[in-house]
Each structure stands twice: as structure tokens, then as C-alpha cells.
Design a protein around this ligand. Structure first.
Ligand code: DGJ
Length: 537
């Protein structure tokens, strides 16, 4: 090996996981290859016991996951101030590697679901040094104040120590591919803190950086942009002058200060080891006031506050437990934000597998991860495992199409009140316009649960498409000049083997395609078809 080759080899091995742009989106690059995270998040307490986890690792592997999202809690790694204990993390790393699994770590630091239950005892018990949130009546809560530099610095030190440790033990392998900073940050049960420092800053002016960012990001027209315009679009002023007297201005203020706190952690953590980092949002239910839901998290209407306040974060991610996945997830797909769903509902929900196809196909998601994944490890049948088996085979095709308008995802839209809109959807992909129907013509309607139907279409050549999913019927029309009708040249069912080679199954040019009228992926079994269309008149 020449010296240059040896150097290239060493640096290639040491490349840190990162996000890289492709077309309109970002891809996660791990070990210098793009990686699609087929993930699952563990229940909160599972990773704190290696013995508890032991039987689950092989089952998660069998479910075709390549990534586990697992908490690392401040109290476990820094039980005594300044003395770090990495044993539980090292065991987690070892177990993940033994099962060929990547890890996304969830830093349960100052806040976990708004509260501060995962902070070490020495933090919990020192209220003078680590002050709590104060309510309007002066009472304190079990939430650490975001206005304490002592809390921020202690949390940032521990977080940076974790990143340094990951670098020391994992920089060569890159088992850990991404880190979530805190968990579902948000203020409860009121929209903002009422301690002396919080009150002082709330009476002060909105920081110029935030005003500049809001101005520059008008194109997004988030809820906050609209509120700002309704209040007269002032270019400066106090929080209530700019955003009005109501809870909404208190919430924007809360979001700003949470984001600044997080930025300090991200900067400290990335200085140690610059892994991709994100925060997750506990989404707000419609018609609830901030404080009734966790106020000030990275919510759709506040995305630009977080972008301005925590510019070092790589992305803002929604936890989606509501039925309206299509509408909610789309709000996080922006030119400046790649989609990652760290909690894609509870793993046992029947619509989750179709959401995975939608997230990857339509939103170019870098990853998808239902919650409490180990709770479904023994299920048979296991639709999520089946969906991941197909998505795993399709990963190279998905990754090469992301951000390039060669792919889309389909599933019936579901409204917040659970109404299923299972009308056909039409989209142009490459040289054909596709209409995807979610009601299967050959299965009695009473036996169909269209909320679980869905799939994706990827263009792989001028007339070649991979069509995958279940419970969808696809028809095509040519786009542009040329003969106006589309026929199916051929449709093969099949699969990709471990080396990514296509292994054909049956040729489907008769009853299975209704004599050339449509491509059908029957309900009940996720599958892939390789289809070539052609034009005629
Ligand atoms: C959302 C949280 O982020 C998770 O840690 C967990 O508490 C789930 N809720 C439980 O549904």
C-alpha cells in the first residue's frame, strides 16, 4: 500500500456520520455510504438493563431493523458530578454491534417529556444551584428552568463527555449514527416560565437574530409568521408587541429559550464529536393551548424559532402519535429540514407500516422508527417486519432516488378525527402519471382496512419502475409528447437478494395485472414488482 493509499484508508474509516445534500433533501451518510434508518425506539426503561434487552436483540434483527433508538440518561452516566460511568452505554454499544445494529442515542438530560426526571440525584436535590420552573403562583415544578446557566453548563458538560466517549470507542465503526438532544422538550402546564429571570427577559425585546430569521424565512409561512403578520409585522419590539398579548407570544419566547439552551449542548457535543443531532417534538393537539400541550417544543408553527435559536442542530423531528401522519409529517419536509420520525406511533398500530412507505417514498425520510419496538418482537404475523423486509431490499433504490423527483409514496390520508380519505391519488413520476387507488377491486370491501394500505413507486429507467407496498392498484398515463396511452410491457414480482441483485418471481401479464389494465399489489402482503411501461396510440 502506498503512503497515500494508507492515508486514504485511515481517513475513510474515520469519517464521521453526517448529513449530505442530494437534490432537494439530505441523506444520512455512515461509513461513507448513504444509509436509510429502518428503526425502532425502545421503551424508556429497556436499555437500562442489558439482561432485559438480551432476548430482544436477535428478534429486532429478525424484524429487519438496522437501527435501534435507545436512551442514554444523564443520571446513569454521571451519578456523581464529574465522575462518568460508561458501563451501561458500553454494554449497549457492544450488544448493538453484536447484532449488526446502528444506534441513535436519545440524550435524556435536563428534560424528558417536559419533565426533569432523568437528571442525576445531585441535580434533583440541589434546587438552589439548579432552579426549577416557577408557575405564576410562585410554586415550583419538577422541571428544570431553561434560564439557569448552571443547569445548561452542567448538562452540556455531561453531553460533551458522552460525545467524547463515543468518539473514543466508536469513531472507527460508527455504530452510533445520530444523537437526539433531550426528549420532547416543552413547558407544562403553562405557556412559559414565571421566575424572575424569565419575567425580566419576557419584558425585554425579541432578539434581533430571531427577527432576522423570521424575516428571511417568510416563505415557510408557519403559524408564527402568520401571527407576526396579524400583529402588524413589526420589525422589533417586546414579545407581546411583536406577537401579541396571548399565550402564543409566551410560547414563542419559551421556544426561543429552549432552543438557545439546546444550541449550547449541540455546540459542546459537536466540538467533542460532530455526529448529526436533532430534537424531537411532542406534537400539539388542535384546539389546545400552549401549556395544555408541551409549549415551545420544535412544533410545526415554531420551526423557524428553533432554526434561528439552534442553528447547529441538523434537523427537527416530529413524534407522530396522531392519525393525521400525512399532514403532520409533511410540515417537517422543508429545504432546510430532512424528515426523520423518531417516534412513528406505537409499534403495534396497524397503519404504521404504510406510514413507513409514505415517509420514505413521499418525504425522502432519512429514517422511520415506531415506539416501543421490542413490544412487538414476538408478533406473528408481524406486518412491520414484513414492510421493513421490503424496504430493506429497496434501500439502495430509495437512497439513489431521494431528493431527485424520481420517487413518491402513497397512502390514504387520515384526518385528526380518524376519517380515512381513501380516494385515489395521482402523481407524475418521470415519464408517466400514476393514479394509485387504495381500494382493492378483488377483495370484498368489508374485508379491507384501507388505512393500512400504501406503497411507493421509484423510477429506475425511462420506462422502468419499482412498485412496492400492499393494498394498492396503480394505473399509468404517459406524460408529454408521443403516443397518449400507456401499456404494461412487463410486470415481474420478485425480490432483491443480499447483494442487491433482482431475483424474479412470476411474470404477471394476465389476471394479476387484469390483462394489462393495472398493476396490483394485493392487500395483506408487502411485495415488490418491477414494471416496464410503454406508449401506444
Ligand atoms: C413520547 C416520549 O417521547 C417517549 O419517551 C415515551 O414516553 C412515549 N411518549 C410514550 O408513549
Amino acid at each position: 500500500m502506498t503512503l497515500l493509499a494508507a492515508f486514504t484508508f485511515v481517513t475513510a474509516q474515520a469519517a464521521t456520520p453526517r448529513l449530505e445534500r442530494q437534490g432537494s433533501t439530505m441523506r444520512l451518510i455512515v461509513n461513507d455510504e448513504p444509509l436509510l434508518l429502518l428503526g425502532g425506539e425502545l421503551g424508556n426503561s429497556s436499555a437500562s438493563s442489558a439482561a432485559y434487552m438480551a432476548p430482544y436483540w436477535p428478534k429486532l434483527k429478525q424484524m429487519n431493523l438496522n437501527t435501534v433508538l435507545a436512551p442514554v440518561s444523564w443520571e446513569l452516566v454521571e451519578p456523581v458530578e464529574g465522575q462518568f460511568d460508561w458501563r451501561s452505554f458500553d454494554q449497549l454499544l457492544k450488544d448493538a454491534r453484536a447484532h449488526d445494529m446502528k444506534l441513535v442515542l436519545l440524550w435524556f438530560g435536563a428534560w424528558k417529556n417536559s419533565m426533569s426526571t432523568y437528571v442525576p440525584s445531585w441535580v434533583k436535590r440541589d434546587q438552589a444551584r439548579f432552579p426549577r420552573v416557577q408557575l405564576p403562583n410562585g410554586q415550583s415544578t419538577e422541571i428544570l428552568s431553561a434560564f439557569s446557566t448552571a443547569t445548561r453548563d452542567a448538562d452540556a458538560r455531561a453531553f460533551a463527555a458522552l460525545l467524547s466517549h463515543i468518539k473514543a470507542v466508536d469513531a472507527k465503526q460508527s455504530t452510533v449514527v445520530m444523537v437526539q438532544v433531550e426528549n420532547e422538550i416543552g413547558m407544562l402546564p403553562v405557556a412559559r416560565e414565571y421566575g424572575a429571570e424569565a419575567n425580566r427577559l419576557f419584558a425585554d425585546r425579541v432578539p434581533a437574530e430571531l427577527m432576522r430569521h423570521l424575516d428571511a424565512s417568510r416563505v415557510h409561512q408557519t403559524g408564527l409568521h402568520k401571527l407576526w403578520a396579524e400583529q402588524g409585522g413589526k420589525s422589533e419590539g417586546t414579545w407581546t408587541e411583536v406577537f401579541g398579548e396571548g399565550d402564543a407570544s409566551a410560547e414563542a419566547f419559551t421556544a426561543w429559550h429552549y432552543s438557545r439552551f439546546v444550541e449550547a449542548l449541540v455546540v459542546a457535543g459537536k466540538a467533542a464529536y460532530p455526529l448529526p443531532m436533532y430534537v424531537n417534538a411532542a406534537l400539539n393537539r388542535m384546539n389546545k393551548a400552549p401549556g395544555e400541550y408541551p409549549s415551545g417544543g420544535p412544533l410545526p408553527h415554531l420551526l423557524d424559532v428553533w432554526k434561528a435559536g439552534a442553528p447547529s442542530l441538523d434537523l427537527l423531528a416530529p413524534d407522530i402519535y396522531f392519525p393525521n401522519f400525512v399532514d403532520l409529517a409533511a410540515r417537517f419536509r422543508r429545504a432546510d429540514n430532512a424528515v426523520f420520525i423518531p417516534e412513528a406511533n406505537n409499534s403495534d398500530k396497524p397503519e404504521v407500516p404504510a406510514n413507513a412507505f409514505y415517509a420514505f417514498g413521499k418525504l425522502d425520510a432519512i429514517g422511520f422508527s415506531p415506539f416501543s419496538i421490542e413490544s412487538i418482537a414476538d408478533r406473528k404475523p408481524n406486518p412491520l417486519a414484513d414492510a421493513y423486509a421490503v424496504l430493506r431490499q429497496l434501500s439502495p433504490a430509495i437512497l439513489s432516488a431521494q431528493g431527485l423527483n424520481r420517487m413518491s409514496g402513497f397512502r390514504p390520508r387520515i384526518l385528526e378525527d380518524e376519517t380515512v380519505i381513501d380516494m385515489p391519488v395521482t402523481e407524475d413520476i418521470g415519464n408517466y402519471s400514476f393514479t394509485v387507488s387504495f381500494i382493492d377491486p378483488w377483495t370484498p370491501e368489508a374485508e379491507q382496512r384501507t388505512a393500512t394500505h400504501g406503497g411507493l413507486i421509484i423510477q429506475t429507467g425511462p420506462e422502468d419502475y419499482l412498485i412496492a407496498g400492499q393494498g394498492i392498484v396503480v394505473t399509468a398515463k404517459p406524460i408529454g409528447t408521443g403516443p397518449p396511452l400507456a401499456g404494461i410491457d412487463h410486470a415481474w414480482e420478485g425480490r432483491f437478494d443480499q447483494q442487491g441483485r433482482w431475483i424474479s418471481g412470476r411474470l404477471l401479464n394476465g389476471d394479476q395485472t387484469h390483462q394489462g389494465r393495472h398493476v396490483r399489489l394485493a392487500p395483506g402482503q408487502f411485495q415488490i414488482q418491477q414494471v416496464r411501461f410503454y406508449r401506444y396510440r
